[in-house]
Design a protein around this ligand. Structure first.
Ligand code: AMP
Length: 468
């Protein structure tokens, strides 16, 4: 189906929603939105093959908001704000981002949304939940904690979204999902989004969806279309030097660097920091606060290289990232597609570089099979070991207060940004711009003297309320 000439207005969305989209800078629906919105508005169940970066969040959020509008209430009574839409997601980061998008799209609608996820004190979430919210975005475990504590009622859920369903299965959420589904009214609309269509996903969709309409937007290899992919064949022991060389030599202002393990991510971030690269790691062993701080610093441009594992990076909404580097290529070819989907979004061009050691070449073959193309191989030149910067105790890249007057600060050049949504939440609204009097660097910057970021992030943890 061609979606070329479809406009948001032609999808019969309410003026309140259209206004938010306009303010947000969305001019036309993405293919998944053009296809999914009419189906959801019709009330049908949906099985959508779409990964992060395709605009899938708005594909389910917009029609759900539209369906909730007639039920919106200005009453303060919690009873008038039951949970009507439940959006289940696999990770905290995705939960935050999805709710942020929902809240932005709903900014002119009198509807309340809230996000709940584990890793933070449940007590901070309870009062907000108890006040009543129509749209609840949750990770499965924390939602069940709230169910056990009787701080949430799910008896009036009319619409359920399983976002990144494949990842939920990978992460072992099936038992939790089953428990949650048993708590929901039988009569409801179900939407499932998954980047992949494994047999398990097909089974899940057969179990939980009723007569679903299947929509699949260009996936897998399509993610690669505007991404220049390169492979450097390199011995394992030379990867670090090569990475540093690529980071320094690149015109790109920022990059996500993927590793297979948490340990490698931490180690690599520390090594790069010692060598003067503004690096930080984001992985499952980091506390929620640390992950948020790293992401915040990356969004601000004070971290230039974010070292991430697949699970931590999954679903992160980082727009128009110019470069993704696979320090280790994934053993599951699908993960490669997800990783490189971090760049080249919304038509922008991007670079995806993979450092492949001889032991990894078998995985590379699988990837090339999946994306149905051979990836260009580059010559590698490993210089003599670079002189390392003196060791520093500082572990994290810096924030503005740490900038020394004597040592001109070089920060990451902010990425060209599409019009950015306003969420009402300061933390997320911070643009990808350094807030210091920074000299912009045309390359990845050296790391100045730094100390741990002092964040207002802690305030965020207590401030999960998402309401207009
Ligand atoms: P998602 O796949 O939902 O994570 O969305 C990926 C990115 O695309 C997000 O930054 C969205 O804000 C952006 N986006 C979603 N829909 C549109 C649209 N119709 N026009 C422009 N950008 C969009």
């Amino acid at each position: 189906m061609s979606t070329e000439n479809i406009s948001f207005a032609s999808l019969n969305l309410a003026p309140e929603i259209l206004r938010a989209l306009e303010e947000f800078g969305y001019t036309k629906p993405t293919p998944i939105q053009a296809q999914a919105i009419p189906i959801v508005l019709e009330g049908r169940d949906l099985m959508a093959g779409a990964q992060t970066g395709t605009g899938k969040t708005a594909a389910f959020a917009l029609p759900l908001l539209q369906k909730l509008l007639p039920l919106a209430s200005t009453s303060a009574s919690p009873a008038r704000h039951p949970v009507r839409v439940l959006i289940l997601v696999p990770t905290r980061e995705l939960a935050i981002q999805v709710e942020e998008s929902v809240r932005a799209y709903a900014k002119h609608c009198p509807l309340r949304s809230l996000v709940v996820f584990g890793g933070v004190d449940i007590k901070t979430q309870t009062p907000h939940l108890m006040k009543g919210v129509e749209i609840l975005v949750a990770t499965p475990g924390r939602l069940l904690d709230h169910v056990e504590q009787r701080t949430v009622q799910l008896g009036q859920v009319q619409m359920l979204v399983l976002d990144e369903a494949d990842r939920m299965l990978d992460m072992g959420f099936m038992p939790d999902l089953k428990r949650i589904l048993a708590l929901l009214p039988k009569k409801r609309q179900n939407l499932m989004f998954s980047a992949t269509f494994s047999n398990e996903i097909k089974k899940l969709s057969a179990d939980f969806l009723t007569d679903p309409v299947l929509v699949e937007v260009a996936r897998s290899n399509a993610a690669a279309e505007n991404v220049t992919q390169k492979v450097y064949l390199v011995a394992k022991e030379n990867k670090h030097e090569l990475l540093a060389q690529i980071l320094r030599g690149s015109d790109a202002s920022q990059a996500i660097v993927f590793t297979k393990t948490k340990l490698t991510a931490s180690r690599l971030a520390r090594q790069l920091q010692r060598e003067g690269v503004l690096a930080d790691a984001i992985h499952g062993d980091k506390s929620q606060l640390e992950r948020m701080q790293a992401l915040e610093a990356f969004k601000q441009g004070t971290v230039a290289a974010l070292i991430a594992t697949d699970v931590a990076a999954r679903g992160l909404d980082i727009d128009q990232l110019p470069m993704v580097i696979n320090y280790e290529i994934p053993s599951a070819a699908e993960d490669y597609v997800h990783r490189i989907g971090r760049t080249g979004r919304a038509g922008a061009s991007g670079i995806a570089i993979s450092l492949v050691s001889p032991e990894e070449e078998k995985y590379l073959k699988e990837i090339e099979k999946l994306i149905k193309r051979e990836i260009q191989k580059e010559e590698t030149f490993i210089p003599a070991r670079a002189t390392r910067a003196p060791h520093s105790d500082h572990k994290t890249a810096t924030h503005k207060s740490d900038t020394s007057e004597h040592e001109p600060r070089r920060t990451a050049t902010p990425r060209a940004m599409a019009p950015k949504k306003k969420s009402g939440d300061e933390w997320f609204d911070k643009p990808y711009e350094p807030t210091v009097n920074a000299t912009t660097a045309d390359k990845l910057p050296a790391r100045p003297n730094s100390s741990k970021p002092k964040g207002e992030v802690a305030a965020l943890l207590g401030g999960l309320r998402r309401q207009n």
